[in-house]
Write a protein that binds this ligand. Structure first.
Ligand SMILES: [Zn+2]
Length: 139
């Protein structure tokens, strides 16, 4: 089985900033949480210091709800570095409340053809010391 998994490479290690640190602290505990604006209540991903809609600097971190579903994806066939083997698949996944999160989509391309709306399973894998969200596409 040839899963299209990103390698555990320092080149792909997440950059932790003041805005993203809570996200990584939650994933380290096995939870996927996203920012929610304390003023207009809009969810936002990736984490950013200010709300795109209302400019508020206040936010809470709330767990994603519901079954993740495949929203969009791209298979990368050309690597930017010999240390990053291809192919791999990057996806945008949709949760309830119109929450969209990006991550690596893991599946066997010889067994499964991705389709929009397919249910996924959330998992985490270590990448350079961070628990990175990944999504498993099973048949
Ligand atoms: Zn807002």
């Amino acid at each position: 089985m040839a899963l299209m998994a990103l390698p555990n490479s320092e080149l792909l290690a997440p950059t932790v900033t003041e805005a993203t640190k809570p996200f990584w602290d939650w994933t380290a505990q096995g939870e996927l949480r996203v920012q929610r604006c304390s003023d207009c209540r809009r969810f936002r991903f990736p984490p950013i210091p200010a709300c795109r809609r209302c400019g508020s600097l206040e936010a809470t971190w709330e767990p994603v709800e519901g079954t993740p579903r495949l929203y969009s994806w791209v298979v990368v066939h050309r690597s930017v570095s010999p240390d990053i083997p291809v192919p791999f698949c990057v996806a945008v996944v949709e949760f309830e409340d119109d929450v969209h999160v990006g991550g690596n989509l893991l599946y066997d391309p010889e067994e499964i053809t991705p389709r929009a709306g397919m249910p996924l399973q959330l998992g985490f894998r270590d990448m350079a010391g961070h628990a990175v969200p990944v999504f498993h596409l099973d048949d």
